[in-house]
Structure formats: structure tokens, C-alpha cells
Design a protein around this ligand. Structure first.
Ligand SMILES: [Zn+2]
Length: 635
């Protein structure tokens, strides 16, 4: 009978959908090496914005064929460049993050050009910036015009020359020309443009190319073009800071006598900070009871939602003073985090004896399906101790531990809860059997259905398909043979008593929508292709698929059902939400699965692809070790 299930499920488990993605070129985001820009303060201005929906000064350029809007691509480049600069240690100020004028006038009040442009430079003055750079794309009645142009006004208010501004312009042109297509070379263009002349801060306007040129227009809308413009600009700024730092610092001190040099912040000791936030100041952690209290405070307040994990800790202290940390954890980072927190609290020397779950004693059959109609789970491997939840017939569980001579399993269900359950409640499976079971078309019971005296409970999810030979009936699989079905693993259920699951289609739709964000810059709070943060990408993608999920990662950790905890990583379907842990045990990042172990996620500098499967071209050890679990929105 078991063989029947195995034969069917192995077949059904084969075809997992994958959302195809045309890669960016280059496919990996640009990440600066080292921190060559430490100390630099720069203001970036994404030119234009707000034209289409606000009365205002002259509109931005449009692509001659593509009709791309200049203000939109300026913002893309600025948001991307901002991250490169910040990762390299610079302090970056942005005149705008979204589609707007910078001046704050009523929507029907026209803004004059000088007022709007002045507001942009005013930010550079207010932030005591070393440099001001306004990002633009050009336009000309001469359609063959094709090249990078830099606008400057290298004369200060007292009429003295500004050699630093000339140097900045030359470096910008030289470096940007290496990353964008050009056919002509323009020397820097000296013009009394308000963006270049209204301040004595070295200021330049970069025009990356002519949207009036059909070749450049076609190039600038290719995926990742904004990234190339940003990289060229980044390289110019690094050279400017490397070659002219002393001059820029001297000028800044002269222009803003009250300014102080920017010194890099020392690296933060996260565990020391957590300890200080949890423990009364000046009180030592002196006893095992103190240490246990500290760890329970950490679990209660720092873990985003402990429901998705199993962490149990117990500290004792030997006569020789050694601290001993016992317990069990379902993720290696949680195991380490508990020990590091104790070390930050001064509990040394410390032996970390926390067991890593799943327990090796479980062997290969570390998965299971609930085989009884319903079964309560407990906080301890004993009856009626600290009730947790109930498992329903057919519910998949991940086995984590085994106790009491093999009579109880610690399991994690689809709601993320962990609890101990009697061994006879679960049919154990290998990974292959388990994945096959879950990949089958499934139905949900709309009411309790009795098969003789065996109950199929309302809400249970079981593999099912319409019975071709029995109109109006569905053939439903149960996890293990029972007396009521004549010791078989299938039974017939009226179609009106169940509803078939929608399957992978909704997740594929969400993943397709997410794919359109590839290469979009990371912007905290953003939910658009002009800039998006990690959980914003998930929520926008699922909104496109017709489902509203919570906005923030800390809320999304409870959406849908748990499908792939750390011990089952890789079992992902397009649209699954994927979560990552930081070293302190907190969920700090999320992304969306594309299928085939590939995750699309917004992490500075941009939305990109990562694989947690070793050997994949996008494999990242950083993300693979931080993988926590995944949740499926539409099962
Ligand atoms: Zn412009």
C-alpha cells in the first residue's frame, strides 16, 4: 500500500515551475572594494521629477523612440549610485527619492526654474557637502549628437577660478565615457546654469547621453543601463576624492568654517548592544539563573517570531567556573547567537553544548505526514505538558528531534509551531517521498467526512483528484492504510465536500511580477521599480498576483504556510517568501523564490538574483548560511 503512494508521488514531484529570467549584464551587482570614500560628503540630485502630475518648470527630455522619461532614469541612476558611494564609506544626501519637485509648492502653483534648481543646491549647502552632482540625460535638435556632456561654471561668487570644479568635470567625462556608448567627445561645457553656478561647492551636471539620439535612446532602456551609468560616475567620484581630497577638505573648511571632518563610526558590537538593551546597567550576570533569564529575554524580544524556530537553552555552571550552555536549536546561527550573547555578558569560559537539530538519530526519514485525524502537540515529550497546537490528518511536518525512547517526535508544522507528538501520529518519510507528497494536486476538506469510523477533518489537506469512474466523487489519498478503508491508502469523497487547491499558478504570477524589478535600486520604504526595499518587493509582487500580504518582513514571517525550514532549504516554488537571519538571530531580510533554488531580492545596491544551491552561478555563501525558512502564500 505504501508502494502505491511512493510510485505516484515520485512521478508528480518531478516538474517544479521555474520563472525564466533574462540576466542583467553583468549579472552580479557592482559592489565597491574597500572604503575609498570615507570622509566624503556628497549631495546627489536626480534631475527633474514631478512634471507629469504637478504644475512646474520646463519638463524633462523624452526618448525619441522609447518615450522614456528623463526624470525617471535620472532617479534610477541616482538611487543606484547612492548605494555604491555609501558602501564605499561616503555620506550621501539625495535631493529626491520619488517622483516630485523638490520645492514644496501647492500642486497648482507653478514653480519657477531658478526656485526649483536653487532648492537642490541648497541641500548641498545645508549638508556641508564637498561635492554636488546633478544627474541628467540630454536632448538636442541634432539627432546625431551622441556623447557625454558635463556642465560646469568654474568661477566662484568672488570671481575666482574653481580648478576643483574643472578637475571634477574632466574626471566625470573620462570615467563615464568608459561605461556608456558615445560617438562624440565634448569638452566640459562652461555655462551659467543655476545647478552649476549657484554655489561655491564644486558642482557639476552630468548629461549621460542624448535621448534624442536613436542609438543612445535604445541603449538607455536596456536592463542594467542605469547601473553602468552609476558605475562610471562612481569611478569618477573615487578618483576625485583620491586625487583631490586635500583641496576639497580645505575648500569645505573655508566655505563652512563650522564644519567638522567626517570620521568613520567604529564597528558596532551587536551582541554587546543587545546585552546592554536587555540587562540592567552595572548588574553582572553572575549565576546560572541570571544567564538563563538573559537568554529568555533574548528569545522573547530579539527573535522576530520564535514560532518559526526551535530554540531551547539551559545554562549551568561548573565548580571550576566554566559556563555550560545546553539545549537544542533548529538553526546554526541561533546556536551561535546564544553563546555569543553570553560571552558579551561576561560568561566566560563557555562551553557551547547546544545540539543542532534535526537530531542525527532521526536518520534519513526526517519528514512526515500526520496519519491520524488530529493530534495535539506538547512543549515536552510527555502527555499534556504545555500544549502547543494540533496537527490535522495529512499535515506535513519536519521532524527535529526524538525522545523518550523513540516514543515522541519533536515536529514543526506548516504554521511554524514546534511541538512534541506521539510517534504513532506521524508517518515518517524520506525527503524524496515528502516532496512528492506535497507536489501532488491537493484538496481541502470543507466539512468533516466519515469513512466508516475514520474521520477526514474539515480543514485537512490531502492529495486528491476527480475519480474518472465515479462521477461526483474524488479519489483522496490518506497517508497510511487504516482499517476503515480496508487497509488501503485511498478513499472516495463527494466532490462537494472538498475544494481543489489552486496550485502553483498564483505563485508564478507573483514571481513574474517580481521579475520586472530585477536591477531596480534598493530604496528603503520603496515599492516601485524606481526603488524598492526587500519586503516591499514581496508585497508589490503579491499585490500584482491579487493578494495583499503584510508590508514588513517582521510581519511577513507569519504569512502563508511554512514550507522550507533551514533543514529543508531548497524546497521552493516560485512566489515563496524567503527569509534570512542575521548573526544575532533576527530575521533581517527577505526575498521571493523564482524556482530552482533561485531567489530574487532587493539588497543594496539593487534587486538581484541569488542562489542558495552550491555550484549555481548565482550561489552566495553569505546568503546560503543566513537562509532561515520560507513561507508559501497560496498553497
Ligand atoms: Zn535634464
Amino acid at each position: 500500500m505504501g508502494a502505491f503512494i511512493l510510485a505516484v508521488v515520485t512521478m508528480a514531484g518531478a516538474a517544479a515551475p521555474v520563472v525564466p529570467i533574462a540576466p542583467l549584464d553583468p549579472a552580479e551587482p557592482f559592489v565597491p572594494e574597500g572604503r575609498p570614500l570615507e570622509g566624503l560628503v556628497i549631495t546627489l540630485d536626480a534631475g527633474h521629477g514631478g512634471h507629469a502630475h504637478q504644475a512646474g518648470y520646463a519638463g524633462s527630455a523624452r526618448g525619441i523612440n522609447t518615450r522614456v522619461v528623463e526624470g525617471d532614469i535620472n532617479l534610477l541612476v541616482a538611487a543606484q549610485l547612492r548605494w555604491h558611494l555609501q558602501m564605499a564609506g561616503a555620506t550621501v544626501h539625495m535631493t529626491r527619492w520619488d517622483d516630485r519637485r523638490v520645492t514644496l509648492n501647492p500642486p497648482d502653483r507653478a514653480t519657477v526654474r531658478a526656485e526649483e534648481l536653487g532648492a537642490r543646491l541648497a541641500l548641498a549647502e545645508a549638508t556641508r557637502s564637498h561635492l554636488f552632482l546633478s544627474l541628467h540625460h540630454n536632448s538636442s535638435p541634432r539627432r546625431t549628437a551622441h556623447g557625454v556632456m558635463i556642465l560646469i561654471w568654474p568661477t566662484d561668487k568672488a570671481g575666482r577660478p574653481q580648478p576643483l570644479e574643472v578637475a571634477f568635470a574632466d574626471l566625470l567625462r573620462e570615467e563615464v565615457e568608459k561605461t556608456v556608448p558615445t560617438a562624440e567627445r565634448f569638452s566640459h561645457y562652461v555655462v551659467d546654469h543655476p545647478l552649476a553656478s549657484a554655489s561655491d561647492i564644486p558642482s557639476a551636471v552630468v548629461e549621460y547621453g542624448f535621448l534624442s539620439n536613436p542609438d543612445f535612446d535604445a541603449w538607455v532602456v536596456t536592463p542594467g543601463a542605469h547601473r553602468k551609468e552609476a558605475i562610471g560616475t562612481y569611478n569618477a567620484i573615487v578618483r576625485m576624492w583620491t586625487e583631490h581630497r586635500a583641496g576639497l577638505e580645505e575648500l569645505r573648511t573655508r566655505l563652512f568654517p563650522d564644519s567638522t571632518p567626517v570620521t568613520p563610526a567604529p564597528p558596532r558590537d551587536e551582541f554587546a548592544a543587545i546585552f546592554r538593551s536587555l540587562w540592567p546597567a552595572g548588574t553582572p550576570v553572575a549565576t546560572a539563573a541570571d544567564a538563563n533569564r538573559l537568554l529568555s529575554l533574548w528569545r522573547a524580544t530579539r527573535l522576530s517570531d520564535a514560532t518559526n524556530f526551535h530554540v531551547r537553552t539551559a545554562v549551568t555552571r561548573r565548580d571550576d567556573g566554566t559556563w555550560v550552555l545546553d539545549g537544542a536549536a533548529s538553526h546554526p546561527l541561533l546556536r551561535e547567537a546564544a553563546a555569543r550573547l553570553l560571552a558579551a555578558a561576561g560568561c566566560t569560559p563557555l562551553e557551547n553544548q547546544i545540539r543542532q537539530l534535526p537530531a542525527p538519530e532521526l536518520g534519513e526519514a526526517r519528514w512526515g505526514i500526520t496519519r491520524v485525524p488530529f493530534a495535539l502537540t506538547w512543549g515536552e515529550p510527555r502527555e499534556h505538558v504545555d500544549v502547543q497546537t494540533s496537527l490535522l490528518l495529512g499535515e506535513p511536518v519536519h521532524l527535529l528531534d526524538i525522545a523518550a525512547g523513540g516514543d515522541y517526535y519533536l515536529v514543526q508544522g506548516i504554521d511554524g509551531y514546534t511541538g512534541w507528538v506521539r510517534r504513532d501520529a506521524v508517518r515518517r518519510m524520506t525527503r524524496e517521498e515528502f516532496d512528492g507528497w506535497r507536489a501532488r494536486p491537493r484538496a481541502r476538506l470543507l466539512r468533516d467526512v466519515m469513512v466508516d469510523d475514520f474521520r477526514l477533518p474539515v480543514g485537512a489537506v490531502l492529495p486528491a483528484e476527480p475519480a474518472a469512474d465515479q462521477p461526483g466523487m474524488a479519489r483522496v489519498l490518506i497517508p497510511a492504510p487504516v482499517r476503515a478503508t480496508g487497509m488501503t491508502t485511498q478513499t472516495l469523497v463527494p466532490m462537494e465536500a472538498l475544494t481543489m487547491e489552486r496550485g502553483a499558478a498564483a505563485g508564478v504570477l507573483a514571481a513574474e511580477a517580481a521579475r520586472t524589478f530585477l536591477g531596480a535600486p534598493y530604496v528603503f520604504g520603496g515599492r516601485s521599480v524606481q526603488g524598492v526595499d526587500c519586503s516591499g518587493l514581496n508585497s508589490a509582487a503579491w499585490s500584482a498576483a491579487g493578494i495583499t500580504i503584510p508590508r514588513d518582513a517582521r510581519q511577513q514571517v507569519m504569512a502563508g504556510e511554512l514550507v522550507a525550514p533551514w533543514s529543508h532549504r531548497g524546497a521552493l516554488r516560485p512566489g515563496d517568501l524567503v527569509f534570512f537571519l542575521d548573526e544575532t538571530g533576527k530575521v533581517f531580510h527577505t526575498g521571493i523564490a523564482m524556482g530552482g533554488g533561485v531567489i530574487l531580492h532587493s539588497s543594496p545596491p539593487e534587486v538581484h538574483l541569488t542562489s542558495i544551491e552550491p555550484g549555481h552561478p548565482h550561489y552566495s555563501e553569505f546568503w546560503a548560511t543566513r537562509y532561515a525558512f520560507s513561507r508559501r502564500i497560496v498553497p
